[in-house]
Write a protein that binds this ligand. Sequence first.
Ligand SMILES: NC(=O)c1ccc[n+]([C@@H]2O[C@H](COP(=O)([O-])OP(=O)(O)OC[C@H]3O[C@@H](n4cnc5c(N)ncnc54)[C@H](OP(=O)(O)O)[C@@H]3O)[C@@H](O)[C@H]2O)c1
Length: 400
Amino acid sequence: MKYIAILGSTGSIGKNALSVVETHADEFKVVGLAANRDVDTLEQQIRRYRPGLVALNDATAGEKLRTRIRDINGTQVLTGSEGLQAVATMPEASQVLDGMGGSAGLLPTLAAIDAGKDIAFVNKEVMVMAGPLVNTAVKTNDVNLIPIDGEMSAIFQCLEGARDRQADIHRLLITASGGPFRSVPKEDLYAVTPAQALQHPNWKMGQKITIDSATMMNKGLEVIEAKWLFNIELSKIDIVVHPESIVHSMVEWTDGSTLAQLGPTDMRIMIQYALTYPKRLSAPVPRLDLREARTLHFEPVDFEKFPCLTLAYTAAEVGGTLPVVLSSADEVVVAAFLNAAIGFMDIPAILERVMDAHVVIREPTLSDILEVDQWAKSTANSLIKKHTKIAIGNQPSAIS
Ligand SMILES: NC(=O)c1ccc[n+]([C@@H]2O[C@H](COP(=O)([O-])OP(=O)(O)OC[C@H]3O[C@@H](n4cnc5c(N)ncnc54)[C@H](OP(=O)(O)O)[C@@H]3O)[C@@H](O)[C@H]2O)c1
């Protein structure tokens, strides 16, 4: 029996993780859950899984939850960042599934690693912000960090048995579906609405990552994540657009051989593998049958149409705190786009402005990273307030 704490249990990854736990109730038991403020979902999860400790970041929501579960014995409710860290470090858990999105996951992730927990890891923003710090903590505490994100899990699986043979890798090929606007001309992207951008062709995910997929920022963040996760130089990481999302990513070796991982578009497979690694268990997901007539397409990525990709490569090349700025400002501009405060093409335009205004710290400490995170968010917020609603109709953004 493996005892698991899930950060971000009320989100898309968290719910899928609980479904995996339920499928293999003889293998896994949930001992801790944490979220931001979704009282209704967390209450249902408490009633179903009976964890000993739960946390909500939002104190008011936490108070409401305490009242709601008065009839339940044995579940303690904590709040705020201390609450999240308590779940991340609880002695009963041997593995922490980090499904909390964004910069909010940074401190709980580091706390879990420092507490010696193996990590089932999906929060790419944490790796983008603090890859070197996370890697050092993983090494110092001798824990496993096993990726869940489809592309990272695919590369992790292709590297099985060759994890320390970076010199034999010609390149990592991260696949990208291309998102909902792969075939939409660039000039039409100025008029895109949040509802249109939330229509991902292949995956059902949380709102932030779905918008990041539409701008292709998600792929840019994955490039930076892969650099740190697999300890590989940027020049050896490429993106290939693959609209069917069946090949989840590939490793091309120096001898010209390429290994690929294929599977259905169902996150439960990757979540389960991160929990059972190196074992595999059966999974109740639709199976991939390549005997059905299937065509797999691959094409180059359009950097001109998706400027977020260039911004991500710039952040990766410059390094230091620039990836923090990219990721943290992106959280704010994506939320502004979802609230219809800015247009779709204002996303890269505002991000570029914030990145240009930043003075990079080369080898940041944790406190540098936390400060830059706040700076990037407030700088992005001021730009949004100044330029609210500029991208109208087919007009190019006034910001760019
Ligand atoms: N969804 C996917 O299929 C997928 C695939 C690959 C990678 N990922 C990565 O997985 C991460 C999560 O994505 P998601 O799609 O599952 O997101 P999501 O559906 O938006 O869920 C986010 C979860 O994190 C919690 N959370 C957010 N901010 C928090 C805070 N400040 N304190 C505590 N909890 C907080 C949310 O709680 P509330 O519900 O209370 O707000 C929710 O439980 C992201 O890094 C994403 O890039 C996701």
